[in-house]
Design a protein around this ligand. Sequence first.
Ligand code: B12
Length: 222
Amino acid sequence: MAEHEAIIERMRDSILEADDDEAVAAAEAALAAGMDPLAALEAGFSEPIRELGEAFNRLEIFLPQLVLSARTMQAGLKVLERALTTAAREAARKGVVVIGTVEGDIHDIGKTIVVAMLRSAGYEVHDLGTDVPLPQFINVAEQTHADIIGMSALLSTTMLRQRDLLELLQLKGIRDKYFVIVGGAPATQAWADSIGANAFARDAHEAVLCLNARARNVTSRA
Ligand code: B12
């Protein structure tokens, strides 16, 4: 047990210090020691990344620190993901999310943080990257049987694409299949309401809370 605690400590430190190699080594050590990959993921990677997200919101750390730690987590996560059994994945799965930065927009720092936080919270996330053509959101959502579409936009010009995607979903008669969440610096709750999105989140932490509330609703209605 002391060995397990020491490994969790190594994993936590790797995130706080944004040390990719150490995150990979510690994740491999967790698997070699026979630890449950989900439990290790939660205590070793998810908790510290959440703590950093909250510290960033309180302006206690700078953006590059959060971005580097989010990337470190992705590196360690890859090792653990390989070990997750299908059953464990299902247990952890709260929803399938297709997310990207809309076409014409190459900002990806905030979206990458949202992706890392959602993955660490148990969502299956398909990250389409940046400058994503609107039909691609829909094609991938249909192919992966997603239930959530997330769109990031950082420019007041490209945020209009969020509205266009909602219109495209209406036009195709599949609007109700998806919970659409929008975000990015120029977006607001009023904007989300005006274009008929299901939700808006100001930051990655709020995005997780919002989608968790949705997941609880879906489960209780099932
Ligand atoms: C870094 C940056 C860049 C970098 C981007 C690097 C990268 N790989 O992303 C570079 C230098 C490339 C860049 C380019 C440009 N930029 Co720029 N950029 C910024 C800057 C300084 C920070 C953005 C950022 O990363 N913030 C930190 C992250 C953590 O915050 P965030 O992105 O808001 O994300 C959080 C939330 O919004 C939310 N969120 C984000 N996405 C999503 C998605 C969902 C689904 C949800 C729920 C939540 C969510 O959660 C995130 C995490 O908490 C902003 C200034 C600002 N205040 O935003 C300008 C800014 C966005 N840029 C701006 C401009 C104008 C440009 C350029 C047009 C400049 C130029 N003349 O070339 C180009 C655009 C190129 C293009 N076609 O996209 C303007 C936009 C003005 C406007 N309202 O339209 C801004 C506001 C600067 C300014 N004050 O003028 N930029």
